[in-house]
Design a protein around this ligand. Structure first.
Ligand code: SF4
Ligand code: SF4
Length: 633
């Protein structure tokens, strides 16, 4: 059976069932993208996996996971102004990190072209908010394509790349979780690799590239002119198309995944409203939209998240004095969550109660599935660290979480982390919490990948301004939450071996003088280090280190070195269940007669739970299954 990379590199036309992220990797090959950059974040990391799977002879683009989204954007800009078609991709909130650079892009003459793939996350499946990045596109004068499925993701990427090259401007392809991850059959065209051209074409005559003072105005004018050209292009584009159900009374304007949900919700409806589906959502295809508005008495704007199109379309209708009734969001619920078919049915029912039968509009009960709260993996070093740290803290102490697997420490029973803002915020937020605060000690957490991403400035600030807090860096040697991508501390990057930048050495160089290191499985030692550090004033750091056990055991399994072992429970077990109540390894199961056992398939036998049992009833496997598993202090 052919591997995905070989399939995606085929020179012949073919059809294949793939997720949207894989379809995009093929589109990159066909479009001739030379440089791709990213910072890992759901829902986009599978684009990197698909790119890495491409065989060398297919001339895959240069790819890197940059240290954060801002840097990724800048590397892609550098490649583009040197004449190479480039692309950068990251998750929704990644654009906040890249924003300082991103808002300048419209002013730049990107001679090679540049596509920005944004993975927005309606439903906040794996993000700290539901931000709608269409606002940013408007702010920065950048056009936006929005595909509804994998086929469109493939086609729109190529179109966006061609538009970007032609107009020398950045173009966004806005993806959402459903489009990235849903599998669909995609028809791919044939393709032949082009001869590579490595000529460095950067030329200041293409600029100016220094937007200072008076030069800003002509650059802004040029950006607006380009956007106005794209508006005309949007009116002519077949990506903005009407589905005509011969309904002169009602119409719906929608885009992306909500369009698919709408078609689903309308399946059994006889008097279906006409639909204008927008594939290019910024700038608005004004002529097409006006024509649609003129043809209908009532038009519903069906858009996930914010009322971006609603406002623009209402203003357009007002400007042209159209008598059409435009129906936007009805209540706050319409602003929340993914527009699944059930949700769309509910939204339509509020708009046109006669359109759908009431039962259809109710949709399937949303809470019909048993809730599955996220949790740390069996054997995770973070669990061990949280267990130990909690013992060293008082009820009144304040704990600050950061982004990464360790964020899950906020859940019971550990409840380590009471406030979370964004990547790398913890040291600075904790610094603020420590001001005028003699009574309540402040402890911040930070993962190692996030340390390199955005954690360093907060640490410098804490040193510089002599803040009084304890920062615990949870070092697991990977970017675990998004699929185990390497970070600068590891000694590997997306292309192979590189120089490791040890976290400890960076801390030393930043001027942090109070540093302790411990293995996160050494719970008594970690507990006493925390107690000791909290007696001292100033900025203290503890590095609680343990490899990500999911990654480690996966690698061991791949090498055939993992032998299934689990801890056993001795008869001395007094059935107080501290292992479940206070440590909460998901491996432990309790039977109706209060017996405890470790699940045969889940337990990795690392023994990090051993110290949690007051009666020492948890017994280590005779030989440790997962090396790196320290069973006792
Ligand atoms: S992926 Fe690794 S770091 Fe994340 S919860 Fe699992 S073991 Fe812990
Ligand atoms: S040894 Fe098994 S039960 Fe104990 S922490 Fe590890 S995975 Fe959980």
């Amino acid at each position: 059976m052919k591997k995905l990379g070989e399939i995606l590199a085929s020179h012949q036309p073919f059809s294949e069932i793939v997720i949207g992220n894989a379809a995009i990797a093929r589109a990159m090959l066909e479009a001739g993208v030379r440089v791709v950059t990213s910072y890992p974040g759901s829902p986009t990391p599978e684009i990197a996996e698909a790119l890495n799977a491409l065989p060398k002879e297919s001339q895959p683009p240069y790819f890197e996971f940059s240290v954060n989204e801002k840097v990724a954007t800048e590397v892609a800009v550098g490649a583009s102004v040197n004449g190479h078609l480039s692309c950068t991709f990251f998750k929704s909130v990644g654009l906040n990190v890249a924003a300082d650079t991103f808002v300048q892009l419209g002013l730049m003459e990107l001679i090679g072209g540049m596509v920005i793939l944004l993975g927005d996350d309606p439903g906040a499946n794996s993000s700290q908010n539901e931000q709608d990045n269409r606002h940013y596109a408007r702010l920065a004068y950048i056009p936006v394509f929005e595909p509804a499925n994998a086929q469109e993701a493939y086609e729109m990427f190529k179109e966006a790349a061609a538009l970007s090259q032609k107009r020398r401007m950045p173009v966004i392809v806005r993806l959402t979780t459903h489009v990235c991850h849903a599998k669909a059959k995609v028809r791919f065209q044939g393709w032949q690799p082009r001869p590579l051209d490595n000529t460095p074409r950067f030329d200041v005559k293409n600029g100016p590239y220094i937007p200072i003072s008076a030069s800003v105005f002509p650059l802004k004018r040029r950006a607006l002119e380009k956007l106005s050209d794209v508006a005309a292009y949007a009116d002519a584009s077949s990506f903005n198309a009407m589905t005509d159900f011969q309904n002169g009374r009602r119409g719906v304007i929608t885009m992306g995944a909500p369009f698919l949900s709408l078609m689903d919700a309308l399946e059994d409806v006889t008097a279906k409203p006409d639909i204008l589906k927008l594939g290019i959502i910024h700038p608005l295809a004004k002529e097409k939209t006006l024509a649609f508005l003129r043809q209908h008495e009532e038009v519903k704007i069906l858009e996930e998240l914010d009322d971006v199109l609603e406002r623009e379309i209402k203003a357009l209708a007002f400007e042209h004095g159209l008598p059409v009734r435009i129906i936007g969001k009805k209540d706050i619920d319409d602003w929340l969550g993914e527009y699944t078919p059930d949700k769309v049915a509910q939204v339509l029912y509020k708009t046109w109660p006669d359109l759908l039968a009431k039962d259809e509009a109710k949709g399937a009960p949303v809470a019909s599935r048993a809730p599955r709260p996220p949790q740390l993996c069996p054997g995770c070093g973070h669990r061990s660290a949280f267990y130990a740290v909690k013992q060293a803290l008082k009820e009144s102490d304040i704990t600050v979480a950061d982004i990464g697997c360790h964020t899950l420490g906020f859940l019971p029973p550990h409840q380590m982390g009471q406030i979370l803002l964004c990547m790398g915020h913890s040291s600075a937020t904790a610094s603020g919490l420590s001001l005028f605060n003699q009574e309540r000690r402040v402890v911040a957490f930070l993962g190692d990948s996030t340390f390199f991403h955005a954690g360093i400035p907060g640490i410098i600030n804490a040193v510089f301004n002599r803040h009084n807090l304890l920062l615990i860096i949870m070092e697991n040697g990977t970017t675990a939450m998004t699929g185990h991508q390497d970070h600068p501390g590891v000694g590997k990057n997306a292309n192979g071996a590189t120089d490791a930048i040890p976290l400890r050495r960076v801390l030393d160089a930043l001027g942090v003088t109070n540093i302790r290191e411990v293995d996160a499985y050494q719970q008594s030692k970690l507990r006493s280090l925390v107690e000791e550090a909290l007696l001292e004033s100033g900025f203290k750091v503890i590095i609680a280190k343990h490899p990500c056990m999911l990654k480690l055991t996966k690698e061991m399994r791949r090498r055939g070195q993992f032998r299934g072992r689990r801890v056993t429970i001795a008869p001395t077990c007094d059935q107080q269940h501290a292992c479940i109540a206070a440590f909460a390894c998901p491996t432990f199961q309790r039977t109706a007669d209060r017996q405890v056992s470790a699940h045969q398939d889940l337990c990795i036998g690392d023994g990090s739970c051993l110290q949690t049992c007051p009666t020492h009833a948890i017994l280590a496997p005779s030989d440790s299954a997962a090396k790196g598993g320290a069973s006792h202090d």
